[in-house]
Write a protein that binds this ligand. Structure first.
Ligand code: F6P
Length: 549
C-alpha cells in the first residue's frame, strides 16, 4: 500500500491537526515531565528532544509507522550485509568499517572484517613512517607536509574531523602539517603551492572511483608542480610523493601510484560514508592511529545501540522519526545545523552531503514518484556566528525551520596552561549560554522573557520553532564518532520510511556528462553546440571573447 494511504500515516495526519494548534509553551505547561520523557542518553551523548513539537502519543504513532515499514528488519539487513543499495546491487557496510577485529562479517563468502583490518594496519604503517620521519621525498628530506586531495565524501569527513579534533594533536616526534584541497578550479592548490617545499610534500589522492575530474585535475597539477620544481623524473616523483586511497586499485596503478602506497576500500562503502575507511588517513596523521581507533569505537558504540535498542528508546530512530514528523506532518522543510563550538565549523557541510546526497530523492524503491516530501534543505554555521547572520529569519521570518543545537558540555578543562584554561573556559560557558538561550527563544518566543512588559509588535518573537539539543560530554574522538554515526543512522531510518535508496546519487551524474560537453565547447569544439540553449551558448561565447583579451 502507498505510504500516505496507510493507517499509520493517516493516524499521524489526524494527530498533527491537534499538535498544529498547540504551541511549545502549551506542551511544556501541560506536561511537567516532558524534559525527562524526551531526553535520552547514550554513552557520551545527551540528547534533548523536548523542544520538538511532540507529545508522548506522537512518538507512539511514529514508532507504529516505523514498524509498519519493517524498520527493524531493514536495520538488520543493513548490518548483515544485504544488498540495501538495491539500484547498484550492493550492501552499504560503513558500519563494518567500525567492527573490532575479533568480529567477522561474511559478504559473498568473504570475511570483510579481515580485509578492513588489513588495510587499517597498512595505513598504520604508513602513518608510522610519516610520524617517524622515515618517509622521505626525492631529495632525501623527510616529508613535512601532507596535502589530501579529494572531494565530496573523499574530503568532507576528514576535513570536518581534523578541525573538530584539533585539540588532539598527535605526539609524534616528527611534526606534520596536513592540508586539504578539493576545489576544481585550483584556487586552494595554488595558495598551498606558493608556500610548500616540493621535496617535503606528500600528496594523498583520495577518490573512491579514482575518476572524479576535480580530484584528478588537482592531482595532475600537483604532479606537474613537483616535476617542474625538482627536475626529477616522473616515476621517482610518483614513488616518493604520492599515496592513493581508492576502491579502484587499477586506476591508482595507471596513475602511477605504487602498490605500497595504495590504500584500499570497497565498492560497498558509500563515498559519503567513507571517513571510517582509509579515507580517514589524514585524520590518523593528525590525531594518531590510536585516536582514530577511538573514533571508530565511538561510531561502533552507536551502531550497537541502533542495531539493538527498541525503537522507543533508539536515539537515531527517534531523531529520524521526529524529522519525518516535522517534514511530512508539520510541513517544515528547512533544517539548520548549529554547532556552538568553532571546532565543529565543518560539521554543517559534512551533514549537507550526508543528508541531502543520501535522501534528496523522489524515486521510491519500487520506481514510483513519491507523493510526500523527502529530505529538507539543510544548512548551517557555527551557532554564535549565525546569530549575527541568519537567526533573524529563524526568529521573525516566515519560514518554519527545525534546528539542531550541538555543543560539548566541557571544554578547556585540561588545557596545558592552567590560567589559559580558566580564561578560555569563560568563553566556552559564554557560547553555551547563547546556545541554550537561543533554543529557548526559538521554542517559547516572548514567553521566555522573565520581565517582558509591553512589547511592540515588530519586536515580538512568536517561538514554536522546534529544535533538538545534542550535548556531548566533551568533543573527544569517541564522542565525535558517536555523533556522526547517529546522523548516518538517522538518514538510513528516514530513507526506510520514505522508501528511497539513500546509497546512490544519480542526481549528480548528468552534471558530469554535461560538464564534459561544455568543456569541449569552451575548448572550441562545436559538436554539441546545436543542442545547447541560447543562454549557455552566449555565456561560452562571452567567456571565449574575454579570454582572448
Ligand atoms: O559527485 C558526487 C560524488 O560521487 C560523491 O558521492 C562522492 O563522495 C564524490 O563525488 C567523490 O567521489 P570519489 O570519491 O569517487 O572521487
Amino acid at each position: 500500500m502507498d505510504l500516505t494511504q496507510s493507517a499509520e500515516w493517516q493516524s499521524l495526519k489526524e494527530h498533527s491537526t491537534t499538535i498544529e494548534k498547540s504551541h511549545l509553551n502549551d506542551l511544556f505547561r501541560d506536561d511537567p515531565a516532558r524534559q525527562e520523557r524526551f531526553t535520552f542518553r547514550n554513552q557520551d551523548l545527551h540528547i534533548d528532544f523536548s523542544k520538538q513539537r511532540i507529545v508522548a502519543d506522537t512518538l507512539g504513532l511514529l514508532t507504529d509507522l516505523a514498524r509498519a515499514n519493517n524498520l527493524e528488519g531493514r536495520i538488520e539487513d543493513l548490518f548483515s550485509g544485504k544488498k540495501v543499495n538495491s539500484f547498484e546491487s550492493r550492501p552499504a557496510l560503513h558500519s563494518a568499517l567500525r567492527l573490532p577485529n575479533y568480529r567477522s562479517l561474511d559478504v559473498d563468502g568473504n570475511d570483510v572484517v579481515i580485509d578492513i583490518h588489513a588495510q587499517l594496519s597498512k595505513m598504520e604503517r604508513l602513518v608510522e613512517r610519516l610520524h617517524s620521519a622515515q618517509a622521505r621525498g626525492y631529495s632525501g628530506r623527510p616529508i613535512r607536509n601532507v596535502v589530501h586531495i579529494g572531494v565530496g565524501g573523499s574530503d568532507l569527513g576528514p576535513l570536518m574531523t581534523n578541525r573538530a579534533l584539533c585539540d588532539y594533536p598527535c605526539p609524534a616526534s616528527h611534526p606534520l602539517e596536513v592540508f586539504f584541497v578539493s576545489s576544481m578550479d585550483g584556487s586552494q592548490l595554488s595558495l598551498l603551492l606558493r608556500k610548500l617545499e616540493p621535496s617535503e610534500t606528500l600528496f594523498v589522492i583520495a577518490s573512491k572511483s579514482f575518476t572524479t575530474l576535480d580530484t584528478l585535475a588537482n592531482a595532475e597539477t600537483a604532479k606537474d608542480w613537483i616535476m617542474e620544481r625538482s627536475n626529477v623524473e616522473e616515476r621517482m616523483i610518483l614513488q616518493h610523493h604520492f599515496v592513493g586511497i581508492s576502491a579502484n586499485p587499477d586506476k591508482m596503478t595507471r596513475f602511477g601510484i605504487r602498490e605500497d602506497n595504495q590504500l584500499l576500500f570497497w565498492d560497498w562503502v558509500g563515498g559519503r560514508y567513507s571517513m571510517w575507511s582509509c579515507i580517514g588517513f589524514p585524520i590518523a596523521l593528525q590525531i594518531g592511529m590510536h585516536r582514530f581507533r577511538d573514533l571508530l569505537a565511538g561510531a561502533h558504540c552507536m551502531d550497537e545501540h541502533f542495531r539493538s535498542a527498541p525503537l522507543e528508546s533508539n536515539i537515531p530512530v527517534l531523531m529520524a522519526l521526529i524529522g519525518i514528523w516535522n517534514i511530512n506532518f508539520l510541513d517544515i522543510h528547512a533544517h539548520a545545523v548549529l554547532p556552538y563550538d568553532g571546532r565543529l565549523a565543518r560539521l554543517p557541510a559534512y551533514l549537507e552531503q550526508l543528508e541531502m546526497e543520501s535522501n534528496g530523492k523522489h524515486t521510491t524503491l519500487d520506481l514510483k514518484n513519491v507523493d510526500y516530501s523527502t529530505c529538507p534543505i539543510i544548512w548551517g554555521e557555527i551557532g554564535p556566528n549565525a546569530q549575527h547572520a541568519f537567526y533573524q529569519l529563524l526568529h521573525q521570518g516566515t519560514e518554519k525551520v527545525m534546528c539542531d543545537f550541538i555543543a560539548p558540555a566541557r571544554r578547556y578543562n585540561d588545557f596545558d596552561d592552567q590560567k589559559g584554561s580558566e580564561i578560555l573556559r569563560k568563553q566556552h560557558i559564554l557560547a553555551l549560554s547563547n546556545c541554550f538561550a537561543q533554543s529557548r527563544i526559538l521554542a517559547f518566543g516572548d514567553h521566555a522573557i522573565s520581565n517582558k512588559g509591553e512589547v511592540p509588535f515588530y519586536k515580538r518573537y512568536h517561538g514554536n520553532q522546534p529544535s533538538t539539543t545534542i550535548l556531548l560530554d566533551e568533543l573527544t574522538p569517541f564522542a565525535l564518532g558517536q555523533l556522526i554515526s547517529l546522523y548516518e543512522h538517522k538518514v538510513f531510518t528516514q530513507s526506510v520510511i520514505w522508501n528511497i535508496n539513500p546509497f546512490d546519487q544519480w542526481g549528480v551524474e548528468l552534471g558530469k556528462v554535461m560538464a564534459n560537453e561544455t568543456l569541449a565547447a569552451l575548448n572550441g569544439d562545436t559538436t554539441h553546440s546545436e543542442q545547447m540553449d541560447t543562454s549557455t551558448l552566449a555565456l561560452i561565447k562571452q567567456t571565449l571573447e574575454l579570454q582572448d583579451v
